[in-house]
Ligand binder design. Sequence first.
Ligand SMILES: *[C@@H]1O[C@H](CO)[C@@H](O)[C@H](O)[C@H]1NC(C)=O
Ligand SMILES: *[C@@H]1O[C@H](CO)[C@@H](O)[C@H](O)[C@H]1NC(C)=O
Length: 356
Amino acid sequence: MKFFRVKTLLVILCLLAMLESMVTEAASGNKVKRVKPPKPVKPVQELLTCKSRKSKCFMKRIKCPIECPKVKPKNPKDKACFLDCYSPKCEAVCRSRKPNCNGPGAACYDPRFIGGDGIVFYFHGRSNEHFTLLSDSDLQINARFIGLRPQGRTRDYTWIQALGFKYGHHNFTLEATRAEKWDDNVDHLKLSHDGTELFVPEGHSSEWNSNEGDIQVERTSTTNSITVTIADLAEVSVNVIQVSKADSKIHNYQIPANDSFAHLEVQFRFFGLSSNVEGILGRTYRPDFENPAKPGVAMPVIGGDDKYKTSSLLATDCALCLFSPDNTRDEHDSLTMKYGMLDCKGGGRNGITCKK
Ligand SMILES: *[C@@H]1O[C@H](CO)[C@@H](O)[C@H](O)[C@H]1NC(C)=O
Ligand SMILES: *[C@@H]1O[C@H](CO)[C@@H](O)[C@H](O)[C@H]1NC(C)=O
């Protein structure tokens, strides 16, 4: 009995206390309960390492910068964390996952290149033909040009429509498919590996890896942007775009109404090229290369059609082609890329200068 009384007493006390607090709250007219503000959630800075023994970063755990904590940020516009395993520094940095047309190794517009030496040049080639961008003993990259010749002009206006890669005994191709009317939301990429068409589902960060693990394709936005990584050889970021109406007007390309001239804008990064690497872009990475395009000239055009023309997207028959996957090459003849440290400034199409 006593027990029940105590319990009842407690209940009454509680009710009284509640009543009192309600009264005071009502009196102050403030029903807002104060809570401690939540602690800001710190983004997790991912850790990266390099698996290659040749790398300065071999087995070290490198933290991503706070400004770009993730390798694959959820928002495709955010900068991504990147660790260059081939750089003499061992440092994770922030960078865009899209090609930078104003950075070294870029091939954009009606193709305007930025060489490994940081020098800007144009190569026109011819429409519906193939040219070697890079040829080394273990890597070959060709480009197919599309274009047109407006009435009264003496040359073709060209863009890069497809790339063909050969590495070891494998092939990889990527193409911009023709679009009558351009729509950003429609994917215009066509990919193939060793002759088989690849389907990489649409969607940011969707990826495909070869069985051998020697090549990876990763989408960097829902449609029309990918990065291709060929292990120990190259990394290529690509967008498919149309020739814009504005550009068409400025340059008087006379683009027909039934073709948007879907083409590629590309930025290459190369790892461990040899010192005699060839190709329109490749040779600009040679330490002894003297670029015929002089800095300061408004639109330096270089030739070389005869030296770099191939018979198809995956052919290695250009006059200066070096590709020979069966020849083992001197391990020591591997360029340590300085271009990673090139700092390019300026904008527009001709006002770029790069410094080491
Ligand atoms: C790569 O492409 C070349 C040229 O088209 C072809 O001869 C060869 O069989 C291809 N190799 C593979 C592994 O598909
Ligand atoms: C596009 O239009 C041109 C004329 O401007 C014509 O010659 C060509 O056949 C057309 N192409 C297609 C695929 O319709």
